[in-house]
Design a protein around this ligand. Structure first.
Ligand code: SF4
Ligand code: SF4
Length: 204
């Protein structure tokens, strides 16, 4: 399910994400996190840069911190995993209309990228992940997950999604004893969404 608000953190300064990661390392007490979130929002002018109001920004930041904390908790198990999958959201494709030449295969289920667009982030990441031995899935939604994981036994998963989708995905996969690394969308809106390529490659 998408957020009820849209955001675009792609214009936020790089140090904003560094500081978020630092908070995630130190987290544990929720009041501290709340104060730290408000401080970070003010320090990096997040309201001004992204146009979202402070309450939505706090929700977003909490989800990002929670995601990072859960990633850290699962990191060692993930590093030991042998069979891995990368889940990409279909909304990050360059085009969501007929200009995208990917074909949806309901038997997998996933879009199969046909590499039609050189500047498509899904295309780029698809190639890198496959070279690293990942099975790559480009998903229209979380409803594809049960079939994918009943077909193959994965031990580690890297999943790109907005915070709310990631929150639903993690318990589902954790219950299957799969180590999860979530990469947040930094621009949502279900069309032309954006994630940080550098973060994803580091995580892979
Ligand atoms: S490169 Fe792949 S995902 Fe991107 S627009 Fe083309 S077919 Fe679609
Ligand atoms: S932004 Fe993308 S991942 Fe999030 S709900 Fe919309 S389509 Fe799904």
């Amino acid at each position: 399910m998408p957020y009820k608000f849209t955001f675009d953190l792609s214009k936020a300064p790089k140090f904003f994400f560094t500081e978020l990661a630092t908070v995630s390392h130190q987290t544990g007490i929720h009041t501290t996190v709340l104060k730290a979130s408000v401080d970070i929002i003010k320090k990096f002018n997040i309201e001004e840069v992204t146009g979202i109001n402070i309450n939505d920004a706090i929700v977003l930041l909490h989800d990002l911190v929670d995601m990072q904390v859960a990633n850290l908790n699962d990191r060692n198990k993930f590093l030991e995993s042998k069979k891995r999958a990368l889940l990409l959201p279909h909304c990050a494709r360059n085009y969501l209309d007929s200009r995208c030449k990917a074909v949806f295969d309901a038997n997998i289920p996933s879009y199969i990228c046909s590499h039609c667009s050189n500047d498509c982030i899904v295309n780029h990441v698809n190639k890198i992940a496959k070279e690293k031995g990942y099975d790559v899935f480009v998903l229209p939604g979380g409803s594809c997950i049960p079939k994918i994981f009943s077909n193959t036994k994965y031990e580690g998963v890297v999943g790109v999604a907005c915070g709310e989708e990631a929150k639903m995905l993690r318990p589902l996969l954790s219950n299957m004893n799969i180590a999860v690394q979530s990469i947040p969308l930094i621009k949502n809106g279900c069309v032309n969404t954006v994630f940080n390529m550098e973060t994803l490659i580091k995580t892979l």
